[in-house]
Design a protein around this ligand. Structure first.
Ligand code: ZN
Length: 366
């Protein structure tokens, strides 16, 4: 009997202690430190969408008590998002179906990259933005061919076909693609990129011909984690992407994925989550500073689904006892935060498809 109980406990609650620096052991006061109040009459000219893959309430709570700063409190609006796929009775999404919902405004099955359940391609917000004369880009700390970034560019029945996803990315009209995953970009695919007005770089500081599209891959596999010294950092990649995209007076759409918060959830590792949430805080600060200088930009932060079923409890001596209910995703709602023109819409409970639908509306009605 004890054997069965211990197995039960093992699967239900994986607890991990997270040490908290002394100066942070007394909880901060929740403070409202909004940087920009929006004007409801204005439609955004440009959009920055940050996807914190896997980040649910538990991950933000961990960050609130364990990181030196908590940058999401600078957003004016907060809502909640249901992330389920269109996949039988399933409530738990993967990054392909939930990425597709955000990128296209339509539900699909787990594993699908911007195709519907009949396998037909669904136009993504990047494709629509390109048609409307905007510049477009994606940044990810996973391989760029991984499910979330892939959903914004490629159309394919399975997220596992990453070489084909790279080929579609090489042929696409997307102006900036930064992240990891060079091992999916064979010489053949790099040639397809060059034939489609693209330049390939492996160093973030490499110069760029401004008339060309740019693909920058800075690691063979995924980027290193934040705590292992990711280089370039998520913020450095996003900054370079913004400096290229905002040359277009017609506006831009940039999706930046902090991909590895999700992997901290999968591996039930609070230190991993803490590091990635720190990277996210730095990214938010940079994006909101950019917004202060460019007030026609909408900045949104959300997750594609929750990862790890994370809950925060009191540990020993002011440390956090971080508990996990899964080494996969959960169906828990994820928060959405927004600031700038058009941000008030996200002050609500919504289905993840409503994010895509609304962003597409903004892109079409500028
Ligand atoms: Zn995941």
């Amino acid at each position: 009997m004890i054997y069965f109980i211990s197995i039960f406990i093992f699967f239900i609650a994986q607890a991990q202690d997270l040490e908290i620096p002394d100066q942070l052991k007394k909880p901060p006061m929740a403070e409202n430190s909004i940087l920009i109040a929006d004007d409801k009459a204005v439609t955004p000219k440009s959009i920055i969408l940050i996807i914190a893959d896997g980040a649910g309430i538990g991950h933000y709570t961990l960050s609130y008590y364990a990181n030196e700063k908590f940058s999401p409190s600078h957003f004016q609006h907060v809502g909640l998002v249901a992330t389920h796929p269109n996949d039988g009775f399933k409530k738990v999404a993967d990054s392909a179906s939930s990425g597709t919902a955000i990128a296209t405004g339509q539900k699909t099955y787990n594993g699908a990259i911007s195709v519907n359940d009949r396998g037909e391609p669904i136009e993504t917000i990047l494709e629509i933005a390109n048609r409307m004369g905007m510049s477009t880009g994606i940044v990810a700390t996973s391989s760029v061919t991984h499910a979330t970034p892939a959903s914004f560019i490629a159309h394919i029945d399975s997220r596992k076909k990453e070489a084909e996803i790279a080929r579609q990315m090489a042929k696409s009209n997307v102006d900036v693609i930064f992240g990891g995953g060079a091992n999916f970009w064979s010489d053949d695919i790099q040639e397809i990129l060059r034939d489609n007005n693209g330049q390939y770089i492996t160093d973030i500081d490499e110069s760029h011909n401004p008339s060309k599209r740019i693909v920058g891959l800075f690691n063979e596999g995924p980027m290193s984690s934040h705590s292992e010294g990711r280089s370039p950092t998520t913020t450095e990649m996003a900054k370079r992407a913004l400096s290229i995209l905002d040359n277009n007076t017609g506006g831009f759409f940039l999706m930046i994925e902090e991909s590895q918060i999700d992997w901290g959830g999968h591996s039930n590792d609070p230190e991993y989550i803490k590091g990635e949430m720190q990277s996210l805080n730095d990214l938010i600060d940079m994006c909101l500073q950019y917004q202060l200088e460019n007030q026609n930009v909408l900045v949104i932060l959300t997750g594609d689904q929750e990862s790890g079923g994370v809950a925060i409890h009191d540990g020993q001596e002011g440390n956090l006892d971080v508990q996990f209910t899964s080494d996969y995703h959960s169906a828990n709602f994820v928060p959405i935060w927004a600031s700038g023109p058009g941000a008030h819409f996200f002050d609500a409970m919504m289905d993840n498809t409503m994010i895509g639908k609304q962003l597409i509306k903004y892109v079409k009605n500028r």
